[in-house]
Design a binder for this molecule. Structure first.
Ligand code: NAI
Length: 347
């Protein structure tokens, strides 16, 4: 494992199996300098253990950067459960997973990720206290805080690009009006922006558009919409060789994870003069919300914390310009001022 390209001096990697329940899982704790590692559990039918290990190592490292950038009292970790979320979920499986998390003695706190729902986290919570984002802790719907964080990130991008964060007369194209996208549309309309929206669920697109006075576009056309800001709020890899040459927005800032198909697409955006708000900086409201969860959950405190994404993004944009690097690279450097990278383990 120490020779894996994705291995980055992770503090702990726990492989856990339980033949009785079918559990095959890996938990990776990348860094606990800021506090216990916080990150979701992903359930996916990985073809083999190598694929699962590579994924969990990369994702755990990403959480260290994300949590540090968002100034959370948490380090980075992640876990993967090999299996089909549509077929293999049982209570016994999540109890076994919860015990695996518990074995790390609080160095890792598990939350939801792809393939996992809040009730699954609740089930793990029956056997370990090291869970986050449960039904009981009040923070189980992260979308409002995520949308507020994206909105504030957009303000920073407007200020940086145009010298003012006013949305009056600005046009925003929103791809995906689900939990986050439609709330974002609400904030944007209130702030005076004009909107164009798209969703593969045409009924939903029409309903949201009617509520906020937006125009509806086809899902593939929204990326080419002439706009000040494009907000990808649906899925990953939307910024790629095919789409970047066709963009007609000066700023990209949205909630979707992994918007760049490959790292090199950050440079491609910069070459086209598009200001890219790194996804993991601008969509941190979700994890910010979870970090505020617990018995005294205070939604206003979580929203205020997410609004600080504005300042973080300004710092990222300024650093990118000052150092002549992409905004994606600058986000990593700003994050590295907020934790101490351990470097690779000696060979
Ligand atoms: P959601 O599932 O509620 O909404 C996504 C919407 O996008 C759905 O309405 C879907 O029909 C639509 N969609 C899917 N493919 C599309 C396409 N090709 N074109 C147009 N629309 C399409 O998800 P949610 O919670 O709103 O999250 C949106 C994105 O933000 C996801 O990528 C998610 O991983 C990411 N994210 C969400 C957070 C949260 O707090 N919910 C936190 C951080 C990231």
């Amino acid at each position: 494992m120490f020779d894996y390209p994705a291995y980055d001096a992770h503090e702990h990697v726990l492989h856990s199996s339980d033949p009785e329940t079918g559990l095959r899982a890996i938990v990776a704790v990348h860094h606990t300098g800021r506090g216990p590692a916080l990150g979701g559990l992903r359930m996916y039918p990985y073809p083999d253990a190598d694929a699962a290990l590579t994924d969990v190592l990369r994702l755990a490292r990403g959480m260290t950067y994300k949590n540090a950038l968002a100034e959370l009292p948490f380090g980075g970790g992640k876990s993967v459960l090999i299996g089909d979320p549509g077929r293999d979920k049982t209570r016994a499986l999540f109890h076994a997973m919860g015990r695996a998390v518990d074995a790390l003695g609080g160095r890792y706190k598990v939350a939801e990720d792809s393939g996992i729902a809040v009730p699954d986290v609740d089930t793990m919570g029956e056997v370990t206290p090291h869970v986050a984002g449960t039904t009981a802790d009040g923070s189980s719907d992260p979308a409002p805080v995520t949308a507020w964080g994206v909105f504030n990130g957009m303000r920073a991008a407007l200020t940086y690009r145009h010298g003012s964060d006013s949305f009056a007369g600005r046009r925003v194209a929103v791809q995906g009006v689900g939990a986050v996208g439609r709330r974002l549309c609400g904030h944007l309309t209130e702030a005076g922006a004009e909107l164009a929206v798209a969703d593969t669920r045409a009924d939903l697109a029409r309903e949201v558009a009617a509520g906020v006075g937006a125009e509806v576009r086809a899902p593939d056309a929204i990326l080419r919409e002439p706009a000040d800001i494009l907000a990808p709020c649906a899925m990953g890899a939307v910024l790629n060789d095919a789409t970047i040459p066709e963009l007609r927005a000066g700023i990209v800032a949205g909630a979707a994870n992994n918007q760049l198909e490959a790292d090199r697409h950050a440079a491609m955006l910069a070459e086209r003069g598009v200001l890219y708000a790194p996804d993991y900086a601008v969509n941190a409201g979700g994890v910010i919300n979870i970090s505020h969860g617990g018995p005294g959950y205070d939604a206003d405190a979580a929203l205020a914390h997410a609004a600080r994404i504005h300042d973080t993004l300004l710092e990222i944009f300024q650093r990118a310009q000052g150092e002549g690097i992409t905004t994606a690279a600058a986000a990593d450097r700003v994050a590295e001022t907020r934790f101490t990278p351990r470097g690779r383990a000696p060979r």
